[in-house]
Design a protein around this ligand. Sequence first.
Ligand code: 5GP
Length: 202
Amino acid sequence: MNKTGTLMVLIGPSGSGKGTILRELLQMEENTFLSVSATTRPPRPGEEHGKHYFFLSKEEFQALIAEGGLFEYACYVGNYYGTPKAPVEERLAAGSNVILEIEVQGAKQVKQMFPEAVTVFILPPSLSELKRRLVDRNTEDLETVERRLETALQEIPYAYECDYVVVNRTIPAAAAELRAILLSQSCSQRAMRPVIEQVLQG
Ligand code: 5GP
């Protein structure tokens, strides 16, 4: 008896730890996939085409938009980012959960088009803790850290519009909360509709 999969959208400022929480969750959840986005930004060292992103030229990305191949897309810091539509639809139809790790504009589009999507905001415990994490990461200069903090301040109010908010105090605790959200979604009436129908049909 196939339940319907859950489309979970994970949003959170840079430094909130959403990527790490997600990796922890994916190790525990078998039937859950992270969508691989397309982008026009160049790969960073260690990033692989098809694994971290599909790295496309601007022309290739625009062709994808024109043929309706994207579930959502947004321009972020001068580059396009978008979610390829077919893999998301195929996995949901097969009863799997799909997670999108995207920025706020994209999350708003998904929620508008697909109201059953579950939006989860990953919140740092405080702004001073966020700053500490960004500084400790040691990947950016202080000016970039300050810019990321300003962006975070603009992004955090979107948490009021999300279905769930997870505070990242520790990675295992935050991953356990995300897992609980997925579990509760899998028992929702929306997910269980095919099962109810099967029972009714005897
Ligand atoms: P980065 O360049 O650091 O990998 O990603 C920059 C931002 O783009 C992050 O907030 C990330 O979550 C977001 N992002 C990644 N893929 C997508 C996507 O497919 N759609 C949208 N709207 N945002 C994305």
